[in-house]
Design a protein around this ligand. Structure first.
Ligand code: GDP
Ligand code: GDP
Length: 455
């Protein structure tokens, strides 16, 4: 039989992994140079040191997945914050604010060899007011002689300082144990999901595309107060909004409404927010401003949503500003720059006039349906058998790799594992993906196809 030899155990691993919902989020906060990035590297076991002494280095990724004693969580590295632009105090305060809103627990890193500074004290106030669990890391305790420096940090009033050396690993095990003691098993916002709560939507897009205008239009008078709904966890940064007769949870509306519009450095701040919102969301409504040329920032945000594996709807906003000429160029820009999300439902809306806003809900529902699609194994293999027969992989070095068997290892988004008798070329894999979409739809969702070569 075709399925002979595929590794059940591996498939089971895939399923376990895919079945895991969103992970709790840990943010690492502290002044520049206290060792945040070094600590993050240590926790996620990143081998190469991406620690750079250049301030203002922006990184593409800000969240990483970590695993300690079998517990998985996300860790947010705020080490790349643009200190130059924001100034140290503002930058550190912004981190704290971010952590307060987005994280389930916070590690506050202090350089024990320097001791607590005024900036540290200010952050402590912010953190304490927020009431999120905080673990205090007294870093750069490279040896026993520095233990006393760590003990001095009891004065911050955050409880026990954990002496660690992020550089050498000393004490990081105890720190991680303390973190996992306070970090919830699952993020607060998935609770609603477990009891069949509202679907989670993130409105994302670069500054000024119209996120807060759209939110206002959507919310209108129908806003529901979060704590009125039984069984939902209170999270003041998200809002429950009724739309098309259904209650939805809009993620990080506090962040959208606040409209932090820094002229510079805003990019990085915005991408942190976007990453955090995507982490919590099931579907991303990505706003694009049709009056402006598509920017690199637009495509980056789209990539973030795709890479996060979220359902995607593209909302072309400010449609009221579109004239014939701009429309001509827009269509070409879409073809050129948005090929990666050809499969995403599109709505052409105006948050100002309300044009076509009623099309949003059907688009979101279509995307969520695609995201949750499960293809039965029998049907998948019948389909794979047909395309392999009609379009075999090209012969390479006298051999012809064949797909032996496939299975859908998970949903949200759909993930497939193909078992093959040899290496499948990228072009052939893309062909398979394209055919999978043609056959099964997958509107509004990224799909992942991985190939295991049977030895
Ligand atoms: P961040 O700006 O808070 O992310 O700090 P970095 O992780 O970039 O570290 C700043 C500097 O402190 C780097 O030169 C690190 O090598 C150093 N550093 C970080 N952790 C430790 C530590 O535990 N001991 C010592 N001695 N140096 C450290
Ligand atoms: P955000 O930064 O993404 O939250 O964007 P805002 O909602 O603050 O909108 C930025 C600017 O675009 C504001 O001046 C809005 O009035 C304007 N705007 C938003 N949506 C529309 C729209 O559909 N049409 C027009 N003409 N202007 C819009």
């Amino acid at each position: 039989a075709a399925e002979e030899g595929f590794d059940l155990e591996e498939v089971a691993d895939d399923l376990a992994e895919a079945g895991h919902g969103p992970l709790p989020v840990l943010a690492v906060v502290g002044r520049p140079n206290v060792g945040k990035s070094t600590l993050v590297n240590r926790i996620i076991g990143r081998r190469e040191a991406v620690v750079e002494d250049k301030p203002g280095v922006t990184r593409d990724r800000v969240t990483y997945e970590a695993n300690w004693n079998g517990r998985r969580f996300k860790i947010v590295d705020t080490g790349g914050w643009e200190q130059d632009v924001l100034g140290i105090d503002a930058s550190v305060a912004a981190q704290a604010e971010f952590a307060i809103e987005a994280a389930d627990a916070v590690v506050f890193v202090v350089d024990a060899t320097v001791g607590a500074t005024d900036t540290d004290e200010a952050v402590v106030k912010l953190l304490r007011r927020a009431g999120k669990p905080v673990v205090l890391a007294a870093n750069k305790v490279d040896g026993p002689s520095a233990e006393a420096d760590a003990a001095a940090l009891w004065n911050l009033g955050l409880g026990e300082p954990f002496p660690v050396s992020s550089l050498h690993g000393r004490g990081t095990g105890d720190l991680l144990d303390a973190i996992l003691d306070v970090l919830p098993e699952a993020p607060a916002m998935t609770f609603g999901d477990v009891v069949g709560g509202p679907r989670r939507i993130a409105l994302i897009g670069r500054p000024n595309v119209g996120k807060s205008s759209m939110l206002n239009k959507i919310a209108g008078e129908d806003r529901v107060v979060v704590n009125e709904i039984a069984g939902t966890t209170r999270d003041p940064v998200d809002e429950l909004i009724e739309l098309g007769g259904i209650t939805w949870k809009f993620i990080d509306t506090a962040g959208i409404r606040r409209r932090v519009h820094l002229t510079e450095g805003a990019d990085y701040y915005a991408s942190l927010r976007t990453a955090a919102a995507l982490e919590k969301a099931e579907v991303a409504v990505i706003l694009v401003d049709v009056a402006e040329t598509l920017a690199e920032q637009d495509t980056r945000i789209i990539s973030m949503a795709v890479e996060a594996g979220r359902a995607v709807v593209i909302a072309y906003n400010k449609w009221d500003l579109l004239d014939e000429e701009r429309r001509y160029y827009l269509e070409r820009e879409i073809e050129r720059d948005l090929v990666q999300v050809q499969w995403a439902p599109r709505v052409n809306v105006s948050a100002r006039t309300g044009r076509h806003m009623e099309k949003l809900v059907p688009a979101i529902e279509a995307a969520l349906a695609g995201w949750e699609t499960r293809v039965p194994t029998g049907r998948l293999n019948a389909f794979l058998g047909e395309i392999v027969a009609a379009h075999p992989h090209p012969v390479r070095g006298g051999k012809q790799p064949r797909i032996l068997f496939g299975t859908q290892a998970g949903t949200k988004p759909p993930r497939f594992v193909l078992f093959a008798s040899g290496f499948l070329e990228a072009g052939y894999r893309r062909f398979i993906e394209r055919r999978l979409r043609e056959e099964f739809g997958f509107t509004g969702t990224p799909i992942q196809v991985s190939v295991r070569v049977r030895e």
